[in-house]
Design a protein around this ligand. Structure first.
Ligand code: FES
Length: 493
């Protein structure tokens, strides 16, 4: 019998997005069994996965490299330690023994069945053609077993490596899934996967990341000052910021369901750099302390305060999955004192206070609907954050980005958008320079020519950010086209 694996694991093994695989399931191409799929079905539909032993070693190296890349931005990430590896090898060994026993039992049964069928046909020469056909079918099936084994080999081999270097976590009650690679903390891996898990200090002091292990084995990776009561320990509670996963886990953990679950924060951060991107727009990059990161949802704003200068509300333009490194876009020609100070006087390591977050222009992340993002000019800032979050969550089957600007020079992150389109098969990018044209009409023309099936377009979620006039006009036009109001989200910049 073919192994059942979760959709997340199957997508990782097949090298496609989860959203892409979900589409196969929704279309009935691949059958799902309570959230699981047959490895054999996935191997048949994605035959290009062709791992040979050398490929597997390469895959292992790549996973290790990814861990190293993450290490440059986050807490040092190491490959799994020997104890964790040994525990995972022991589990795989047990499974191997069990599988070998099962196979030998099944072969025994097949041999007996072959003998019984032969005896039956010998003793009953009058036996029907159907019986002879059955005997022939069985012999043929047994002979082709090797071919079938080979078809699944690359995927099973890759899965084995994946199970050695990473553990899969499922959160209850949400059902969200992610992988913990190396010796990352469970919290860090969950946040990097775009999930809004509850936490405070990330450092073992506050207890806000407390979660209950329902099944699986964890390992403490750092000392924590927060004291879990004996009752908590007996019930299986751990701190997700201070433990890694030894085996696959099911965890009961709290997550922010929406923007109302995110606490208001005030964080003293440091300026990393200000970078002009064109004649009018610049980025401001700041870094929070490791123990006081900003919890926010993609698309939200914060209030930035510089002592003695003033304050300004800006959209966070980066992904919540990187909660220490925050990016903002601002117009360096704006005449307010804050923008002028950012443009002319601020220096690396200056202190800046982050207050918030606020706003309701957030991703409706659990819905796999295709997404259309429309950014008018600097409305790109919250859209960028939403896109990065959507790509990290990996649940959407298709994303289209329309960025409307007066001229080519105003596409101040054009290469960044092109790199998304290059890297993600599910992502299409349409930069549109309106010059003397009406930006809304230009956008709608392009949107409709790309999506001629207007019924299909009504299944999309549409996020629009820009001037009040542009977003209202676009929303009204989309409503007239039959897109439900509940599927259109707008943000005035
Ligand atoms: S986040 Fe504070 S103890 Fe884990």
């Amino acid at each position: 019998m073919s192994r059942l694996v979760t959709v997340s694991r199957a997508a990782k093994l097949a090298g496609v997005s989860r959203g892409n695989l979900q589409k196969y399931i929704r279309d009935g191409v691949i059958q799902s069994f309570e959230g699981m799929v047959r490895l054999q079905d996935v191997a048949e539909h994605f035959p290009d996965v062709n791992a040979k032993p050398n490929d597997i070693l390469e895959a292992l190296e790549q996973i290790m490299d990814n861990a190293a890349i993450k290490a440059r931005n986050r807490t040092p990430t190491m490959p799994p330690d020997m104890e964790t590896l040994a525990a995972r090898v022991a589990i795989l060994s047990d499974e191997l023994v069990e599988s070998k026993l099962e196979i030998s039992i099944f072969y025994n049964i097949i041999d007996k069945l072959k003998t019984r069928l032969k005896q039956f046909t010998d003793n009953h020469p009058e036996s029907t053609a159907a019986m002879r056909e059955l005997q022939g079918w069985l012999l043929n099936e047994v002979e082709t077993i090797s071919d079938k084994k080979f078809a699944q080999y690359p995927m099973i081999a890759t899965d084995t490596i994946l199970r050695l270097v990473a553990a899969q976590i499922r959160l209850e009650p949400s059902g969200h899934e992610f992988f913990v690679e190396g010796s990352d903390s469970i919290l860090e891996a969950g946040l990097s996967s775009g999930l809004a898990m509850n936490y405070g200090c990330s450092n073992g002091n506050c207890g806000k990341c407390k979660a209950r292990v329902i099944s699986g084995e964890v390992k403490k990776i750092r000392h924590h000052d927060y004291v879990l009561s004996e009752k908590d320990k007996l019930q299986g509670y751990i701190l997700s910021c201070s433990n890694t996963a030894v085996t696959d886990l099911v965890l009961e953990a709290e997550e922010a369901g929406n923007e109302n679950d995110i606490p208001n924060q005030s964080i003293s951060a440091w300026v990393r750099k200000v970078t002009p991107l064109n004649d009018s727009v610049a980025t401001l990059n700041i870094k929070t302390p490791r123990t006081q990161r900003l919890r926010f949802l993609a698309g939200q704003t914060v209030n930035l305060v510089i002592s003695g200068v003033g304050a300004k509300t800006l959209h966070v333009a980066s992904c919540p999955c990187d909660d220490m490194n925050l990016q903002f876009h601002f117009n360096h020609h704006d005449s307010d004192a804050f923008s002028q100070y950012l443009a002319q006087e601020i220096k690396p390591n200056d202190t800046i206070t982050v207050e918030g977050p606020a706003g309701h222009f957030v991703l409706h992340e659990d819905e796999p609907n295709p997404i259309v993002f429309i950014a008018f000019n600097t409305g790109f800032a919250p859209i960028k954050s939403l896109i990065e979050h959507a790509l990290t969550l990996d649940v959407t089957e298709h994303i289209q980005l329309y960025w409307l600007v007066p001229g080519q020079d105003d596409l101040y992150m054009h290469n960044h958008c092109r790199s998304w389109a290059d890297a993600f098969e599910l992502f299409d990018y349409y930069p549109l320079c309106y010059d003397d044209l009406d930006p809304v009409e230009l956008c709608l023309d392009k949107l409709n020519s790309n999506n001629p099936d207007t019924d299909a377009l009504t299944n999309h979620h549409v996020y629009i950010a820009g001037s009040q006039n542009d977003i209202t006009k676009t929303k009204n036009a989309l409503l007239e086209q039959g897109i439900p109001e509940a599927s259109i989200y707008i943000e005035a910049i």
